[in-house]
Write a protein that binds this ligand. Structure first.
Ligand SMILES: NC(=O)C1=CN([C@@H]2O[C@H](COP(=O)(O)OP(=O)(O)OC[C@H]3O[C@@H](n4cnc5c(N)ncnc54)[C@H](O)[C@@H]3O)[C@@H](O)[C@H]2O)C=CC1
Ligand SMILES: O=C(O)C(=O)COP(=O)(O)O
Length: 553
């Protein structure tokens, strides 16, 4: 168990040192420091420096300013990338998953701020407030150029009816604006509960006086509002983008504004940020019908406190084995590090280690023909919903002997793609009559046989309870000798003698017998690796049927 610098035990993920690479409220540092975690807080770290220093850290906390590329992830050994905010399009999620890095965000912490900014932008856009302010400062009292439109009685089309989209709808309804919207995962009846009329995207385009986007930037939403969409929009529509640059095609928007198709755009986000180097973004920012802010949606003291506290608390919780709230790339791992589930994860990993060492023709413990599939059954109320996580743990053990890369719960399934057999995982209520509440069972299926191992957790520690037909109570730890023998007196003494002769100190012994009691299976835990010579000497003992050494360190 790792110990944090404040002396408190870390029972979950080990996080000793964190880098913050964007401006974040100081409460984040305080919460991490109070938990004994060292923090380097910087406002900005250039990419080449980030790649150089990242291996010094267990976790990285970012906002939208830092791009967490595959190169950054490969250069480090990060356990966590924390996003103090919502959008994770600046983080290479696939690369993070492959690197075994969990990505956590703080959805919800800046919802209200982003929604309020959206509404402020729409109102400002409709009444030319920024442009008029600018003219007045320049000494021009231009009332004609500030002729706007009311919100009252108009229709707003909200694309993306998640947290922010719904908060925008609520605020627009207070202005007597009709709220319609599109979201592929929100059924009409659910949208209706928020007084939003859900319809298909083309209908939203056709009916909206105002459009506002609240989706993440994904391959599906990139360019969602482009030339084709603008052709379907009402002439003179106005558009707000407080979601992500790139969801509106900036070139198409510029044309729509110049052609009078679009009467105004309020932009908080840009295809490239900062946008000054992009000629198209710069033209948009300078356009008289455009108002723009430099990605300020979440920039309120209130939101920044919320996201800073949330991300720090999530990381501290992860180090203590708590739920991984906001896990973006591995949502099923939410409870994998909890004190109740962790020993089962350890058990499944040990079972994977066993499987890795009996693969490929081990007639004694597994099979002498090619494996076709492995099935894991998570039986019992505590673990039945964790079958996928336990499968990843099994894979972690399995791959640890087969791959040089650091395989863990988050990335195991990537490596498993190269195996030439399937691994299935099923969670069930426990129906067998074993006296345990939760049992993990792993079956190895080959053309001619099925071999099964079963394990449980006793007093927080993994135990093997059956190996094929043998009932046993072995601890799957360290250096383990398995041997089977006919039920004749004196075999154990002789095996112990061979161990002594080979300097193998035995510290635990468990024996099981087959139902017909003719054959015994014994498990010896020894303190050091077992040599081939020792194995040969045990195999030569009269009555010994088979012997196998497994390294379960
Ligand atoms: N400007 C700023 O400072 C901020 C920007 N954001 C941006 O806003 C986005 C939305 O945030 P939340 O509402 O909290 O996220 P959310 O996850 O609650 O909602 C996003 C919604 O978009 C929907 N969606 C996904 N693909 C879609 C598509 N093709 N068409 C229509 N809907 C689609 C999803 O089903 C989901 O309901 C974030 O991903 C982030 O990029 C968030 C906070 C601050
Ligand atoms: O949370 C989000 O998605 C945002 O866009 C806010 O970005 P920021 O944290 O202000 O860089």
């Amino acid at each position: 168990m790792a110990v944090a610098t404040n002396g408190e035990p870390q029972q979950g993920m080990e996080v000793r040192k964190v880098l913050i690479s964007d401006p974040i409220n100081p409460l984040c540092v305080k919460i991490l420091n109070d938990a004994g975690i060292e923090v380097d807080a910087r406002d900005k770290v250039p990419m080449d420096e980030l790649v150089k220093i990242i291996s010094d850290y267990d976790a990285l906390i970012v906002r939208s300013g830092t791009t967490v590329t595959a190169e950054v992830l490969a250069a480090g050994n990060l356990k966590i990338v924390g996003r103090a905010g919502t959008g994770v399009d600046n983080i290479d999620l696939d690369a993070a998953t492959k690197a075994g890095t969990i990505v956590l965000n703080t959805p919800g912490g800046n919802t209200v701020s982003a929604a309020e900014h959206t509404c402020a932008m729409l109102q400002s856009l409709c009444r030319f407030i920024p442009q008029s302010n600018e003219k007045l400062r320049a000494g021009k009292f231009d009332r004609k150029g500030g002729m706007g439109v009311e919100l009252h009685g108009k229709t707003i089309g909200i694309i993306g009816l998640g947290r922010i989209g719904r908060e925008v709808a609520k605020r627009m309804q207070a202005f007597d604006v009709k709220t319609i919207g599109y979201d592929p995962i929100m059924p009409k009846n659910v949208a209706a509960k928020f007084n939003i009329e859900a319809m298909d995207l083309d209908a939203v385009f056709a009916q909206s006086d105002f459009l506002t986007i609240h989706t993440p930037l994904t391959p599906q939403t990139k360019g969602l509002l482009g030339e084709d969409a603008f052709k379907k929009c009402k002439k003179g529509f106005r558009v707000v983008n407080c979601a992500r640059g790139g969801i509106i095609d900036e070139e198409a928007l510029l044309i729509a504004l110049n052609d009078g198709v679009c009467a105004g755009a309020a932009l908080d986000v840009f295809q490239e940020e900062p946008p000054m180097d992009s000629p198209i973004s710069s033209k948009l920012i300078a356009h008289p019908l455009v108002i723009a802010t430099p990605h300020l949606g979440a920039s309120t003291k209130d939101a920044q406190v919320k996201v800073a506290v949330e991300i720090a608390e999530s990381i501290v919780r992860a180090t203590r084995g708590g739920a991984l709230v906001g896990a973006v790339n591995a949502p099923k791992l939410v409870n994998a590090f909890s004190p109740e589930i962790k020993p089962y994860v350890a058990l499944a990993t040990k079972m994977g280690l066993i499987v890795s060492q009996v693969l490929g023709g081990d007639a004694f413990l597994a099979t002498n023909s090619t494996i076709q599939s492995i099935s894991l059954f998570a039986k019992g109320d505590l673990i039945k919903d964790m079958a996928d996580v336990l499968k990843n743990a099994l894979l972690t053990g399995l791959m640890s002997k087969l791959s040089d890369d650091p395989v863990n719960l988050i990335n195991a399934h990537h490596y498993a793609k190269d195996l030439d057999f399937q691994i299935n995982a099923t969670g069930t209520d426990k129906i067998d009559d074993l006296p345990y509440k939760n049992v993990l069972s792993v079956s190895i299926d080959s053309a001619d046989s099925t071999h099964t191992y079963e394990g449980v957790v006793v007093a927080g520690a993994p135990h093997l309870i059956t190996i094929n037909n043998f009932e046993i109570g072995a601890k799957p730890n360290g250096h383990v000798l398995f041997y089977s023998n006919y039920n004749t007196p004196g075999v154990l003494g002789k095996v112990a003698g061979v161990c002594g002769a080979h300097n193998l100190n035995i510290f635990d012994f468990n024996m099981g017998e087959e139902n017909n009691k003719k054959v015994h299976m014994s498990v010896l835990n020894v303190e050091s690796p077992v040599t081939q010579e020792a194995l040969k000497d045990i195999q030569a003992i009269d009555g010994v049927l088979g012997v196998r050494y497994l390294d379960l360190e």
